[in-house]
Design a protein. Sequence first.
Length: 129
Amino acid sequence: MSVVFKDTVKAKEFYKAFWTDLINELGSQIDISLLFIVKDPDFMMYIDSNGIKIDDEIGDAKADIQFTLSVDTAHQFWLKELSLPKALATRRVRTKGSLPKVMKLLPLLKPAYARYREYCEKYNLPQKI
């Protein structure tokens, strides 16, 4: 069971708000589509410059990159406790698609780390696992 989220509804609500805010800030700078298959609790998120879709909203959308990871791993990444290269090397994150595209996206996400901590405070989530 997740240390951070005890139910799927809260996890979806948190990440939808966080990514919507991030997309609104970055806008057209995001030229990639992402599919996150999140475990424990289980849900899927599709993200592109148009916004975020969750579970059934995704339909048959195809993503440039697919990530499979636990919600706790995602939380550690955003808190800068786990780097993407280390997560990939230890198989805590599995990917399908063009990894070079992901690496190009990482510098755009730098402002998001502080925002993620703000969201943790707002949603009363732990800032350390």
